[in-house]
Design a protein around this ligand. Structure first.
Ligand code: 3H9
Length: 708
């Protein structure tokens, strides 16, 4: 056969092995290779059964996602499609057994379902994750899956995209046998058991599990309702539900036609392009040009966290959840006790919500050891400082760490805005110092900004990048500047949100417009959640840097002066009940309006479009400066930061991808208009201007000096 697919024989069983590392995606040539092997097995009279298996670490992770971009840009598809192969296998008069390890995802599961039997190792995973890429299964998955697992489970798997274990798959009837031990040998033995028997009903003809319209109607109705609320504004989940519904009302071939149509509609949508961009960008973030994959790393077997507040406690939980012992330090016993009590409370609510079992939580809690003494830090491999955001205090901590920590230990700061080089200057080993900026709540948010200081050693960076994966985070390397990437951009976004309120919009109007754009939470509600005093304190610290004559917001400070810090004080832009449920506060809206009028700010009607454009383009313009300065490695890195840390809708691909989608020329023209109307804060970033005038996209932009 060829390189991608091999055929060999084990007695009377033909073994077809797919070898397309790293994940055996169905790249051009794979389907043909399998088809040739099937044809050869059919012709060979000494073959009585076939096993289909993946070489390397997995069965088949699905269609080759790289090919989708080519399809939508009009390139002719290379190689045969998957559908004819599936029918060919199903029609073969010798039993075909799919032997699954690793993952059978997307087209991989579709291929397995077209086989007559499936066996799997218990830790294998199977699923139809296509919706996460903004598409739906396109190889009959929405038609065969309900026939195998029933309508309710098929809707869930196709519309939500989460995989299930082989153990669950066996209970559902999707896997025929679980195999402990040598998968290939036992799959061949299974094939011998079933050879010569009447081949199990072809899945496409089987209707037993499809239910009737009366049973199914409430399932589809509730699935649609759930998709509309949990996967807000996304088209693929609803399309997946429509396709599964077609399986219940139409013959198999017609159902496949409907699936195909919906698949194409989704594939050619902006949402799918954005989500595929996010898929690859998330994998790209770990590639750092001057830090090769084989850079040595430092084993992290124990960690200390300084500061048992909200962030420190959350970071301790993240580490413990990954099985790493943590020392949690605070300055005095009451603060430490409060920190530990909060951790216990958070864990018990996870048990109540069934996220963790009691046993898991008990084990994690044992890993977190409270301490009041830096002396206990002598043997730890990593320290994460998470004290109050104050330079003098941080420097004091780093000077102390320098005294007590062993040589080779990593000294990390969870600062969200401060200069990492200045923090490092408090120690005599700046090469060991790095920023690890977790996002609140640290045990929930996926983003970890990893801040490279001037002297940070490559091993230290490689170790933190590796650790981020172990912690279930997406680590993004950024350069050192005030606010790094995420908060530096966010500052501009919130600035515009507050300006809009000062000019006549209500906080609710601003938040609603951005929520409808797709943000998880509006900027003002986010401020209330994070605490308005945080920004207030920072603004006061940096007030001396404000340029005279440049507009700065006034009403945010005035709210804080009234003690309205947000959720924690029961009032901010909104008022909150004891369960922190927000309601608009007409009184404060009127007061804010009065402050703005007194400050001489003209009042007017503001549209949702203006709210979205001003807030999102403020992000984009600053993102362009960040890219040009090399504070981020790639536009995709900024997108990942925003999607995984700031609630930016993944189906819009992140702010930089969104700008590319709108067209940089259009964005630039809008920025010029804002510049004319609102002054120098809107001066278009030079990179954006250049690209708008000369052509180009952020996605293509590279900066050889970035984050080096
Ligand atoms: C589909 O099947 C549609 C059908 O219904 C239609 C049929 C007509 N294609 O994630 P990793 C690359 S849609 C191309 O770091 P892990 C990935 O980019 C597809 N490339 O490893 C990376 O490359 P690099 C449905 C792929 O062990 C490398 O493999 N399937 C694909 O952490 C390693 O990836 C999915 O959505 C692919 N399908 O996780 C599954 N998959 O080294 C998507 C991976 O250059 N894949 N690559 O950066 C995954 O969920 C994870 O990759 C997986 C492995 C769990 C498999």
């Amino acid at each position: 056969m060829d390189d991608l697919v091999q055929l060999h024989k084990d007695g009377d069983v033909a073994i077809i092995t797919i070898n397309n590392p790293p994940v055996n995606a169905l790249s051009p040539g794979v389907a043909q290779g399998v088809e040739h092997a099937i044809a050869a097995a059919e012709k060979d009279e000494s073959v009585s059964a076939v096993v289909l298996i993946g070489g390397g670490r997995t069965f088949i992770a699905g269609a080759d996602i790289k090919e989708f971009g080519k399809m939508t840009s009009g390139e002719k598809p290379r190689g045969a499609g998957l559908l004819p192969l599936l029918l060919r296998i199903e029609d073969l008069n010798k039993p075909v057994v799919a032997a699954i390890h690793g993952t059978a995802f997307g087209g991989g599961l579709e291929l397995a379902m077209a086989c007559h039997y499936r066996v799997a190792v218990p830790n294998a995973q199977v699923g139809q994750p296509e919706v996460k890429l903004g598409i739906i299964p396109g190889g009959g998955g929405t038609q065969r899956l309900p026939r195998l697992v029933g309508v309710a489970k098929a809707i869930e798997m196709c519309a939500e995209g989460n995989p299930i274990s082989a153990i669950e798959a066996q209970k559902l009837g999707l896997v025929d046998r679980l195999i402990d031990g040598d998968l290939l040998r036992q799959a061949a033995a299974f094939a011998r058991e079933v050879k010569g028997k009447i081949i199990k009903t072809r899945e496409r003809d089987d209707k037993d599990k499809l239910g009737d319209s009366q049973q199914n109607a409430p399932l589809f109705a509730s699935a649609r309702e759930k998709a509309r609320s949990k996967q807000r504004a996304m088209i693929a989940p609803l399309a997946a539900i429509d396709a599964v519904e077609a399986a219940t009302t139409l013959p198999f071939d017609k159902g496949c036609e409907i699936e195909r149509e919906l698949f194409r509609k989704c594939l050619f949508s902006d949402q799918s392009k954005a989500l595929i961009h996010i898929f690859f960008a998330e994998r790209e973030v770990s590639k750092i040009p001057d830090i090769p994959k084989d850079t040595p790393t430092i084993p992290i077997n124990s960690v200390a966290v300084v500061g048992a507040g909200t962030m420190g406690g959350g970071i301790a939980m993240v580490l413990a959840n990954a099985g790493i012992p943590v020392l949690l330090k605070d300055a005095d016993q009451p603060s430490l006790d409060r920190g530990i009590a909060t951790i216990q409370k958070n864990y018990s609510s996870s048990v109540k919500r069934r996220r963790f079992t009691q046993q898991f939580v008990d084990e994690r809690l044992k890993l977190i050891k409270p301490t009041l003494s830096f002396e206990d830090f002598r043997n730890v491999d990593l320290v994460v400082e998470a004290v109050f955001e104050n330079m003098a205090l941080k420097k004091e901590v780093f000077a102390r760490l320098n005294q007590v920590c062993r040589g080779g230990a990593i000294l990390a700061s969870n600062t969200s805005t401060l200069n990492i080089d200045e923090i490092a200057s408090a120690s005599s080993r700046p090469q060991a110092v790095i920023g690890t900026h977790f996002f609140s709540p640290a045990n929930v948010m996926r983003l970890l900004e990893i801040v490279r200081g001037r002297a940070t050693a490559k091993e230290v960076i490689a170790t933190c990048m590796q650790l981020s994966k172990k912690l279930g985070k997406v680590g993004v390397l950024v350069g050192n500047c005030r606010g790094f990437v995420g908060n530096r951009m966010f500052h501009h976004y919130v600035r515009e949100a507050v300006f809009l309120v000062e000019e006549g919009a209500t906080p609710q109007q601003v938040d609603q417009a951005l929520y409808e754009f797709g943000m998880a939470l509006g900027p003002l509600a986010t401020g209330d959640l994070a605490g308005l005093d945080v920004g207030w304190r920072i603004r006061k610290e940096y007030r001396h840097l404000e340029k005279p004559g440049v507009r700065h917001a006034i009403v945010g400070d005035r709210l804080c002066e009234l003690g309205r810090y947000g959720q924690k004080t029961g009032a901010g832009w909104y008022k909150y009940d004891e369960n922190r449920k927000p309601t608009p506060d007409p009184e404060i809206n009127a007061t804010v309006r009065q402050w703005a009028v007194e400050a001489g700010i003209p009042q007017r009607e503001i549209t949702s479009q203006e709210i979205v454009d001003r807030c999102i383009y403020a992000l984009v313009n600053e993102g362009a400066r960040i890219l040009e300065e090399g504070v981020a490695l790639r536009a995709g890195d900024i997108d990942i930061i925003y999607v995984s840390g700031y609630g930016f809708p993944s189906y819009r691909g992140g702010p930089m991808w969104y700008a590319d989608t709108v067209g940089l020329k259009n964005v630039y023209e809008q920025l010029c208009d804002f510049h004319r109307r609102f002054g120098e804060l809107w001066e278009p970033a030079p990179l954006l201007k250049r690209m708008a005038l000369e052509g180009g996209t952020f996605a293509e932009f590279t900066n050889a000096r970035a984050v080096a």
